[in-house]
Design a protein around this ligand. Structure first.
Ligand code: E4P
Length: 219
């Protein structure tokens, strides 16, 4: 399973990359906007830190605008994956990109039919947003299960990229369901290893070890 960080903040991305298990990065216009930096600068900084797929989103909503931005983004670096929303024009742009060797991440997916359409158009990744579905009392992870089943039924190789992750349980469920990628904010990355029994256990091991050192040194 691949782990991506969902961030445009270079210090978060650096810290996550230092863990040694980071496979890629997803950004979106809101995340880039938070940095206050020009888009190109943000992408260049990320490209220097992470050698893996980096999703960069188009902001045009018409076919011509989308494919123009897609070509410009893809030309920056082989690791750039162009993020395109699942709207009518977006679907056409995904198909065009697939035919022209540009990898795409189909974003803002909230139901299984959108995911099926994206796969038929040749998207490299589909991003179902689980947290935003949970937020409106739907079951985000049920969507992942549905998409996994549909893709497996027909042998689509579009990768299931679980997005809008809010907590580590989303990551556990994504792994159990066979999702290909989980993209998560840095707050979730930091929680992946946390367990109170690990901390309590380590504290006890170290205290017992210290006791032994004190008793042998006093002999
Ligand atoms: C996906 O690639 C999106 O950038 C992201 O996961 C959206 O997450 P949010 O719902 O926390 O904004």
């Amino acid at each position: 399973m691949k782990f991506f960080i969902d961030s445009a903040d270079i210090s978060e991305i650096r810290e996550a990359a230092a863990l040694g298990v980071l496979d890629g990065v997803t950004t979106n216009p809101s995340l880039v906007s938070k940095t206050g930096k020009p888009f190109r600068q943000v992408l260049d900084e990320i490209l220097e830190v992470v050698d893996g797929p980096i999703s960069a989103e188009v902001t045009a909503v018409d076919f011509d605008g989308m494919i123009k931005e897609a070509a410009e983004l893809a030309a920056i670096h082989d690791n750039i994956v162009v993020k395109i929303p699942i709207i009518h024009e977006g679907l056409k742009a995904i198909k065009h990109c697939a035919q022209n060797g540009i990898r795409t991440n189909c974003t803002l997916c909230f139901n299984p039919l959108q995911a099926l359409m994206a796969a038929k158009a040749g998207a490299s990744y589909i991003s179902p947003f689980v947290g935003r579905l949970d937020d409106i009392s739907h079951d985000g992870m049920e969507l992942i299960q549905q998409v996994r089943t549909i893709y497996d039924n027909y042998g689509y190789d579009t990768e299931v990229l679980v997005a809008s992750i809010r907590h580590p349980q989303h990551v556990v469920q994504a792994a159990l369901m066979g999702a290909d990628v989980a993209t998560m904010p840095f707050s979730v990355v930091k929680k992946l290893l946390q367990h109170p029994l690990t901390d309590i256990g380590l504290e006890k091991f170290l205290a017992d070890w210290k006791k032994l050192q004190e008793s042998v040194s006093s002999k």
